[in-house]
Design a protein around this ligand. Structure first.
Ligand code: URA
Length: 278
C-alpha cells in the first residue's frame, strides 16, 4: 500500500517537473509575448527595463571559463545526425567585450575545417563590414544556431558548395547550447544574421525584410540546463536584452544591393550599443 502511494507520488512529481520545464521553454520562445514593436508599444526612445544585472557574467575570466566548459561538454555531441559527417563542432569566435552576439545559421565548409564560425566567404564579408562600422571583430561574439556543418549530400563531404540550411530537427537539438551561450554572456544586443537564426530565436517564421533593422525587447533565459551546469548562478527567471535581426552576409552575394542596407543596420547597432547604459 505504502509502496503504491510512493510510486504514485514519484510519478506525479516527475510529470509536474516535465510540465514546468516545458512551460518554461514555451514562455521563453513565445514570440508574441517577447517581440514588441517599439512604435506600437510606446517603447520608442525608452530603454528596456533590465530585470537583472546584465554585467554579472558578461566578461572576464569567469565567463571565459564557463564558455570553455560548455564548448568542451558539447565536443562529442551526438544529438542529431550531423555528428556523423562533421569535422569539428564549431562553437564561437571573438569575445563578449562589446556585449554583442552575432548569430548565423550553421557552419559551412571552411568553418567545419577550421573549427571557427564565419571564416569563409560570408565571414570575410562580415569582417569587412564590421571593420567599416568600427567594430573590432575580436570584441564581438560570433556563433551559429547549429554548431555542425549540414551537408546536402553526406556522401560527398569533400565537395564545396554542398552546404544546406539546418533543418528543424537539427535546430531543436542544438538550440539549448545557444541558449546557454546567451545566458552566460547576457549580451546587450543579440544580432541575428538571416531568417534561419531570426526564426529560430523567435520560434516562428517571420518576414525578415519586415522586421530587420529594428531593436526588439527580448527575454533571455536563465535555463534549467545552465542552472544545473553552473550550480552557483543565481538571478531572476529572465533578463531582458534586445534582438536586432538583419540580413545574412551571404544574401549579399545573391543581391549586392543589400550590402548598403546591411552596413546601415550595423551602424545602427553600433550607435545603440555605444549609447545604451550597462
Ligand atoms: N554561414 C553561417 O551562417 N555561419 C557560418 O559560420 C558561416 C556561414
Amino acid at each position: 500500500m505504502q509502496t503504491d502511494i510512493r510510486k504514485d507520488l514519484t510519478e506525479i512529481v516527475k510529470q509536474l517537473k516535465t510540465y514546468l520545464e516545458e512551460t518554461r521553454e514555451e514562455d521563453f520562445w513565445h514570440f508574441k509575448e517577447i517581440l514588441v514593436d517599439k512604435k506600437k508599444s510606446g517603447l520608442r526612445g525608452k530603454k528596456p527595463n533590465l530585470q537583472v544585472d546584465l554585467s554579472m557574467h558578461q566578461s572576464g575570466a569567469y565567463l571565459e571559463k564557463a564558455l570553455t566548459a560548455l564548448h568542451k561538454r558539447i565536443k562529442n555531441c551526438q544529438k542529431c545526425g550531423l555528428h556523423k559527417t562533421r569535422i569539428n563542432v564549431v562553437f564561437s569566435r571573438g569575445s563578449a567585450e562589446k556585449g554583442i552576439i552575432f548569430i548565423g545559421e550553421a557552419p559551412g565548409y571552411d568553418e567545419d575545417r577550421q573549427g571557427l564560425p564565419f571564416v569563409g566567404r560570408a565571414g570575410q564579408l562580415l569582417d569587412e563590414v564590421l571593420a567599416s562600422v568600427g567594430l573590432e571583430k575580436e570584441k564581438v561574439y560570433v556563433t551559429n544556431v547549429v554548431k555542425c556543418h549540414p551537408l546536402f549530400n553526406p556522401r560527398t563531404p569533400e565537395k564545396r558548395g554542398n552546404d544546406r540550411p539546418p533543418n528543424r530537427e537539427e535546430i531543436t537539438a542544438c538550440l539549448p547550447v545557444l541558449k546557454e551561450q546567451i545566458f552566460m554572456i547576457k549580451p546587450k544586443i543579440i544580432c541575428t544574421l538571416g531568417a534561419v537564426a531570426t526564426n529560430a530565436l523567435l520560434g516562428k517564421v517571420v518576414s525578415l525584410t519586415k522586421i530587420r533593422g529594428k531593436f526588439y525587447p527580448f527575454r533571455v533565459p536563465f535555463g534549467p540546463e545552465t542552472l544545473r551546469v553552473e550550480g552557483n548562478l543565481q538571478g531572476e527567471p529572465y533578463g531582458e536584452t534586445k534582438l536586432f535581426p538583419t540580413f545574412h552576409p551571404a544574401a549579399i552575394f545573391r543581391t549586392p544591393s543589400l550590402k548598403n542596407i546591411f552596413i546601415n543596420d550595423l551602424k545602427k547597432l553600433v550607435t545603440e550599443v555605444n549609447t545604451s547604459a550597462r
